[in-house]
Design a binder for this molecule. Structure first.
Ligand code: ADP
Ligand code: ASP
Ligand code: MG
Length: 815
């Protein structure tokens, strides 16, 4: 004997009914089979809505009609395919059922209430009609059918809406039924009967449980649960990305998964199967070739495993506190007793070590009942202030990680917590199931699926994911996106995945809850209707719960740079090519470092000096390990490196500047380069990195051009004015040359942090002598590196090198 159960998702329309009939036909060839059916998808939801409303006749009838139409539509279409299908007879039964439902609705309206016994009758109608349709399909295909009435045969105890079946009693009843060996056995799921032979139901999703019971009662060798996914996955495949199908799991694991929210199985399904050692297979009606998931006895209960991540919503957490708790253990025992008496299930319990309070979670539907039971039971204690009022939190979810003996698994807790390490997440309670096969964490309900995804990624998806919010879509931003796209495959092979969640320019932003498709990002950003400003950005980041999220600043915006502490506090790492934060006041500079430590997030700015050259990291490595600076000298500007190189070749200053501008080496107004301020900023960053607490104003700047030239904003005009000093400048160059020197614009840091930027004569033997053509060079004379200094040399500007520097900072977030 084999038992097959088909859920509502497998019976959603005529085509699916016939597909199920086909599976039934194929399976009955070799052995006798029993079938348990649920109601077609959506039907029970409508019926529940009817049972929960007792005032609005129109709405109740609407729901009744909606569910009736689902059935009529199904049989109409079945008739089109199977000519022998007894459409009229089936239709009559459907209409009769719904006429009876209308009478019940009239009663509800006139009484203005719907007792639980009536609710059970209403919501069980879907299953009855599924069986009626399937019986007629099978009979039209010439099969003999026996229908088992669950109200008469499945004896249950408990409430009308959430009953528990007494297997021994039910077994006896079913044994008495005279079933022909050739018959296909059909039974509606979800339904049972109580001692008074009244209709009761087994809780939402209860057909799985019905299937397990019937499998036991009929001594089936296997119980197959057919649904709309290939089996049990590491998490809900409809809500979580990158889940994997579990080929087999133990009864214990299946029990914990379903208990903590994996909807694919009703939580009570496993126990009867486990007790009678009946294996269970979860299969997909739409993909019959897939082998599904086998649930069976494990050979080794002592081994450890990791099987899935689940969430349970619709739960309430109660925290009980008060002075009496220190004196007695009795309070918990009494709570447990009153809840057990009312068949209220406690999902998890935690207690503080000081025993000053304890918390427990139950399903939200029981909240009102629990509150009134608590008030009644502890009236005296509450009046005498021995107990405080219960603290209630119902904006929570229980996130659970399931696996055999999971508590023994290495690093499991630290991995889970690293996924939940975000300032947006409040953890209210942590419990390790008494079965040792689950770890549950009570957290905010908000963003539960993002959190679930993060935990799933860390535990089951062996890729490190970085989530990027890119601000600045100019030269560097664009180059960065290109490089990320180009490296996708290479990084994939190294198990790294970069997801861009947002791209913004100064006016607009593109954003996705998952990731932006980068195919047409420029066009999409241009056409985006989402405005960008700092307020909008902050709001967006507040709602972000991604793991390893990074804000990348590829702008030169001072206001954005002032938000870095804020971004770090919101749980983001910050990577920037923008120098404005590190050259702001020392107070803000230090504040960023303090926030970094406090939030355990990274702030990386390798491109602030020398673009892609590994300057900052090299310096940090040197000084962290005890080296000391004797002196630093560097050419820190690509444009000035070019201009001074040309001067030495005999080109006049104005011409050299013009060439540099044409080659795109200079700022829009070349005066900004010639003023020396940009070099001073880089020098300030270096000096601070070495440990000198100085401000920008402490750097002595000798600009190439006197202040007088500042007023010429127009380049042509500026160049005309410079022409007037070309000759004088050329004489200085020549004089230097006669001494065997060249002129260079050099940033210097001396002992005690004395900093200057100015034109210097550089001798042939000096490492900066040959640095020109836009190259940067940084020479560090230190205790370890002397008399030959440590020299870093290479292009220190340009979109590609800067972007690659940003990119490597980005990867340092996870490496
Ligand atoms: P049926 O109508 O067949 O009873 P359900 O909707 O009750 O189907 O259960 C199947 C659904 O369970 C799947 O569509 C899936 O979205 C959900 N589900 C939740 N957790 C899991 C999991 N770990 N593995 C597979 N499915 C899951
Ligand atoms: N039809 C019921 C429900 O929707 C039972 C089931 O599907 O298992 O909850
Ligand atoms: Mg189900």
């Amino acid at each position: 004997m084999k038992l097959l159960k088909f859920g509502g998702t497998s019976l959603a329309n005529a085509k699916k009914f016939l597909c199920v009939a086909d599976i039934i036909e194929k399976n009955q060839i070799n052995e006798q089979i029993a079938i348990v059916l649920s109601a077609p998808a959506k039907v029970t939801n409508y019926l529940v809505k009817i049972s929960e409303n007792n005032t609005n006749t129109k709405q109740l009838l609407e729901y009744a009609n909606l569910s009736k139409n689902i059935f009529i539509e199904i049989i109409k279409n079945i008739k089109k395919i199977i000519s022998y299908f007894n459409y009229e007879k089936t239709k009559k039964t459907i209409i009769k059922e719904f006429n009876e439902l209308k009478k019940i609705i009239d009663n509800i309206i006139s009484l203005k209430k719907c007792p639980e016994s009536t609710k059970a009758i209403i919501i069980s109608r879907g299953e009855i009609l599924s069986i009626c349709i399937m019986k007629n399909i099978l009979q039209s295909l010439n099969h003999q059918v026996t229908i088992i009435n669950p109200v008469k045969n499945l004896v249950s105890i408990g409430s009308y809406l959430n009953s528990i079946v007494n297997i021994n009693e039910s077994k006896k009843n079913i044994k008495k039924i005279n079933i022909n060996n050739n018959d296909i056995i059909l039974m509606p799921g979800f339904i049972a009967g109580n001692k008074k032979n009244e209709v009761v139901v087994l809780g939402r999703n209860g057909s799985d449980y019905s299937a397990a019971i019937l499998a036991v009662c009929l001594k089936a060798r296997i119980c197959e649960i057919w649904t709309d996914v290939d089996g049990v996955f590491t998490s809900d495949p409809k809500k979580i990305f990158n889940t994997s199908l579990l080929k087999s799991i133990s009864y214990e694991e299946a029990r914990e998964l379903s208990y903590f929210g994996a909807k694919v199985l009703h939580p009570r399904t496993i126990e009867p199967l486990e007790n009678f050692n009946i294996p269970c297979v979860i299969k997909n009606t739409s993909n019959i070739k897939s082998k599904g998931t086998l649930i069976c006895k494990t050979k080794n209960l002592n081994k450890t495993s990791l099987k899935g991540v689940t969430n349970l919503d619709n739960v309430t957490m109660y925290t009980i506190s008060g002075s009496i708790l220190k004196k007695t253990n009795n309070i918990f025992i009494r709570i447990n007793k009153i809840l057990t008496e009312k068949s209220i299930n406690i999902i998890l319990i935690t207690q503080s070590s000081s025993k000053n309070n304890f918390s427990f979670c139950t399903f939200k539907k029981d909240q009102e009942k629990i509150l009134s039971l608590f008030k009644q039971e502890f009236k005296l204690e509450l009046e005498n202030k021995l107990l405080d009022n219960m603290n209630i939190n119902n904006n929570i979810s229980i996130l659970s990680v399931i696996g055999l003996n999971i508590y023994k698994k290495n690093n499991i807790i630290s991995k889970i917590f690293s996924a939940l390490n975000h300032p947006n997440i409040n953890i209210f309670s942590i419990a390790q199931g008494s079965s040792k096969h689950s770890i549950s964490i009570v957290i905010d309900k908000k963003n539960i699926f993002k959190n679930l995804q993060n935990v799933h990624n860390i535990l089951f998806y062996n890729k490190k994911i970085i989530n990027v919010f890119l601000i600045g879509a100019g030269g560097v931003g664009k180059a960065l996106i290109k490089q990320i796209l180009k490296q996708k495959k290479f990084l994939h092979n190294k198990n790294i995945e970069i997801k861009i969640n947002a791209i913004a320019n100064s006016k607009k932003i593109l954003f996705s809850d998952n990731f932006i498709d980068l195919k047409n990002w420029e066009k999409n950003l241009q056409e985006s209707t989402n405005k960008f400003n700092l307020e909008i950005l902050n709001q967006l980041l507040k709602n972000n719960n991604f793991l390893n999220s990074v804000l990348i600043d590829c702008t030169a915006d001072e206001n954005l740079s002032k938000q870095y502490t804020n971004f770090l506090s919101l749980g983001l790492n910050v990577v920037t090519s923008n120098k404005k934060a590190n050259t702001n006041s020392l107070e803000y500079y230090n504040n960023i470092r303090r926030t970094m430590l406090k939030t355990n997030k990274k702030f990386l700015y390798e491109t602030n000096v020398g673009a892609g050259l590994p300057v900052i990291q090299t310096l940090q490595n040197l000084f962290n390990t005890g080296d000391n600076l004797i002196c630093f000298q560097g050419i820190l500007s690509g444009s000035l490196s070019f201009i001074f190189g040309r001067l030495e070749e005999g080109i006049l200053l104005s011409k050299a500047i013009e060439e540099a501008k044409q080659l795109g080496f200079t700022e829009p107004n070349p005066y900004d380069d010639l003023s020396g301020i940009d070099v001073a900023r880089k020098l300030l960053i270096l000096a601070r990195e070495i440990g000198y607490s100085i401000e920008l104003k402490d750097i002595q700047i000798e600009p190439i051009l006197p202040d007088f030239f500042k007023k010429y904003q127009d380049t042509k005009e500026l160049l005309n004015k410079i022409k007037k000093i070309d000759c004088k400048f050329n004489q200085i160059v020549k004089k230097a040359k006669s001494l065997g020197n060249v002129l260079r614009f050099v940033g210097t840091i001396e002992k005690k942090g004395k900093c200057s930027v100015k034109i210097k004569q550089i001798h042939k033997k000096h490492p900066l002598y040959k640095v020109k053509n836009g190259e940067n060079a940084l020479t560090f004379y230190t205790n370890y590196y002397q008399p030959i200094p440590l020299v870093l040399r290479g292009y220190g500007a340009g979109n590609n090198v800067t972007a690659s520097g940003v990119f490597s900072d980005l990867l340092r977030i996870i490496l």
